[in-house]
Design a protein around this ligand. Structure first.
Ligand code: IVH
Length: 724
């Protein structure tokens, strides 16, 4: 044992130390909660410091006492080499948005129609402009915090989030009263919320950064993100980050003490461990010590939501964080679950976005960019101007027609707008704009600015295209897209590197990047590419070989194939080779794939150069298989055709159809000889008669549910159900 220092000799024995540490922790946690969450401090700074110092000393002397939930851990952990990847248990998706009352009504009505109900209470929350994180508590203790990342995978920023004072390290009930009324803290709960950088502290941070010779952050949101992604959490600890919780990510309760819930759930009630609504959840989180935005309110009608939106607009300026709208959520968690998701957006929530901020500036010049599919997109070089909290020097002009229609000329004074994340746009020529004598209408180039090929403009599209399949600019964009985060996620292969690789002839088709490791020495000659960068790039390329099939399909940049359709294709064809052979008919049979995409795909794979590309990718070890989630591929409903008729007890017809499709089945509206099952609910009419006439297997709701939920194939009519 090392010699004991005088300080240690003053300290209590291990047993006493444990008890004392527990007491200090409880006192400090309580003080933090009163200070940061409830705004009602109890200890003064000196009292707080004294307790903290004593606890630090105790933990130093008895390292076994240093637990991750100790408030001393808020000071930050030693620098890490990078963040670990976290696969979210439940994807962190985005939100659809509307910008007027009609849009809001339409959303609400769609949800009601889907559920076949007449009303559904809502909760309105401020839409905070920060960054989303997911915080997991196991047995009430903060065990993990992760950024959103691409929604599927984020970064493990636990050490950094622990430094945020308003994030409880321990969720617990605070008082006797709470113990009576609040649900217990679940065994495992993942809560989601927004981390933000207070506006009042933002200017000071930037001033400090400039003094230190560091680049200023463009807005509070970027500084929140920068602060949270510090490799040294001691740095994060110095930043005044704050957070609000606003959603449930995941919940698990296996422990005892849930007899009441178990009984209720056996009786078929939806208990959610005592959390029946989003509102209840927020109250519970507050009661357990989490910070929930105090503005949050319930609404029964769209009028009430509109009043809330108006109110949020009024208080906006007085808040110490940015908001860009109001998030409206269906309150009942059971209804939320039934509503589910469409694409990446929940059906049960919507963002009502405030109108975009507009400012005037000078349009200095119009440039044209060549996109991945050859589209020529004009953009405006602007006199830099601050709009929506960000300095903007470039904005999109959409297309050739837009310039003509709005009459933009170089040198004009124009109105520019930016809404949240959206790319800045030039809205119109500013009223009162004066033109000089040499001002002239803009002439759109009729040659590709990259390869000089004469462009074409199709009648139906407002798009001007370069149709040269070997146009270098298009290929640069494709390469960039291939490597982007939602695609194969090859870090280090961004705009500049893609440009260099193409222009210097290192790659002339995508598969070439998988041979770059043979040219490491040449790569080292590239501008700004040291050993470390080159090796990181090569490593990233190497590991991209094992990305799942849907990502690869999306990465190929086939027109019309987004990440969602890529998943459908992956689920149906399982491999590149499988998809390559797909016929238009097979493609059309996939729900969501229409004639345009089907024929684009067939054309794509018919082209010899694309076939060669696929073969090369496979030959170079890029040949992933389907990994799409869910039981779909092997669920017995896969490939089976259903017609749902009559009224179902447990769900609406649209919901039933959507569930069938998710499992890979087909849900049609007409009974034909190809129908495998007719699901007959109450008061089934002519479809049931027709099914009987055609000898179609008719099943009731119970059989249908067993089929969906447990994969139990209904027994053929006239036979006994198989024994257990
Ligand atoms: S709920 C599936 N509530 O907005 C719905 N999001 O555009 C999950 N955000 O990624 C989000 N305030 O970062 C929700 N009160 C709020 C929010 C909020 C801000 C952010 C969040 C999300 C983004 C979606």
């Amino acid at each position: 044992m090392p010699p004991q220092t005088p300080i240690d000799s003053d300290l209590p024995s291990p047993a006493d130390a444990g008890a004392r540490a527990a007491q200090l922790r409880a006192e400090i946690n309580r003080a933090n909660r009163l200070y940061y969450i409830e705004n009602a401090p109890e200890l003064d700074d000196a009292e707080w410091d004294a307790r903290m110092q004593e606890l630090v000393a105790l933990e130093k002397a008895h390292s076994e006492l240093r637990t991750p939930d100790s408030p001393t851990q808020r000071v930050g952990a030693p620098p890490s080499g990078g963040f670990e990847e976290v696969v979210h248990l439940v994807p962190m998706l985005s939100l659809g948005n509307v910008s007027d009352e009609d849009g809001l009504r339409a959303w609400h009505q769609r949800a009601l129609d889907y559920l076949e109900i007449d009303s559904a209470s809502m909760v309105c929350e401020l839409k905070i402009d920060g960054l989303a994180i997911a915080v997991t508590y196991r047995d009430g203790i903060l065990v993990r915090a992760a950024t959103r990342g691409d929604g599927e995978r984020g970064e493990d920023v636990t050490a950094n989030v622990r430094t945020i004072r308003s994030v409880p390290l321990v969720l617990e009930k605070d008082s006797e009263d709470d113990a009576q009324t609040l649900p217990d803290v679940p065994d495992v709960i993942e809560l989601r919320g927004e981390v933000y950088f207070p506006i009042s502290k933002f200017a000071a941070l930037n001033a400090e950064r400039e003094r230190a010779g560091l680049q200023a952050y463009v807005n509070p949101r970027n500084s929140a993100s920068g602060s949270l992604r510090q490799l040294d959490s001691g740095e994060t600890a110095k930043r005044p980050l704050d957070m609000f919780f606003y959603a449930l990510g995941y919940l698990e309760n296996k422990g005892e003490g849930n007899a009441r819930d178990e009984a209720r759930s056996e009786a078929g009630e939806d208990t959610d461990k005592g959390l029946a609504s989003h509102w209840d959840l927020l109250q519970a989180v507050k009661g357990w010590g989490g910070r929930v935005n105090p503005w949050t309110r319930r609404a029964e009608t769209i009028e009430e939501v509109m009043a809330a939106v108006a109110d949020a607009g009024e208080i906006r300026e007085s808040l110490d964080y940015g908001i860009d709208g109001v998030v409206v959520k269906i309150d009942s968690l059971a209804l939320q679950r039934r509503l589910g998701y469409v694409g990446r957006d929940p059906r049960w929530a919507i963002a009502y976005k405030f109108p975009a901020e507009q400012v005037e500036t000078i349009l200095k010049a119009i440039h044209v960019n060549v996109g991945r599919t050859g589209a020529l997109t004009p953009w405006a070089e602007l006199e830099p101007v601050v709009v929506g909290g960000v300095t903007v020097g470039r904005a999109t002009l959409h297309n050739r027609d837009e310039i003509k229609r709005k009459g933009f000329r170089e040198g004009d004074r124009v109105v520019v707008q930016r809404a949240g994340d959206v790319i800045p746009q030039v809205v119109e020529v500013a009223p009162g704009n004066r033109r000089s004598a040499d001002s002239a209408p803009y002439v759109f180039p009729d040659k590709c600015p990259s390869c000089g090929t004469t462009t074409i403009q199709t009648e139906d599209e407002a798009v001007t295209r370069c149709v040269n399949a070997t146009c270098p600019a298009q290929f640069e964009r494709l390469l960039e897209h291939f490597a982007s985060r939602g695609a194969l996620d090859i870090e280090g292969l961004g705009e500049r590197v893609a440009q260099d690789l193409v222009r210097l002839g290192f790659v002339s088709n995508i598969a070439d990047i998988y041979r770059l490791s043979e040219r490491r020495d040449d790569l080292l000659e590239l501008d700004k590419m040291g050993e470390k960068r080159v090796d990181n790039l090569l490593d990233a390329i190497e590991s991209s070989r094992s990305q799942p099939l849907p990502r690869l399909l999306f990465a190929l940049g086939i027109p019309g194939i987004g990440s969602e359709s890529a998943e459908w294709l992956s689920r149906r064809f399982h491999s590149l080779n499988g998809l390559k052979e797909a016929t238009e008919e097979e493609l059309l049979a996939i729900d969501g794939i229409g004639p345009v995409i089907a024929s684009t795909l067939v054309d794509y794979f018919a082209l010899e150069q694309n076939q060669r590309l696929i073969d090369q990718l496979i030959a170079r070890g890029v040949d992933p298989f389907d990994d799409t989630p869910g039981p779909s591929a092997d669920h017995p409903a896969n490939g089976v055709t259903f017609v749902v008729t009559g009224r179902l007890e447990s769900m609406s017809r649209s919901e039933a159809q959507s569930r069938i499709k998710t499992l890979g089945g087909k849900a049609t509206g007409t009974v034909t000889k190809k129908t495998d099952y007719l699901v007959a609910g109450a008061d089934a009419g002519s479809k049931l008669e027709k099914a009987n006439r055609l000898n179609i297997h008719v099943i009731d709701e119970e059989e249908f549910m067993a089929f969906l939920d447990r994969g139990l194939i209904p027994a053929a009519p006239g036979t006994e159900p198989p024994g257990e």
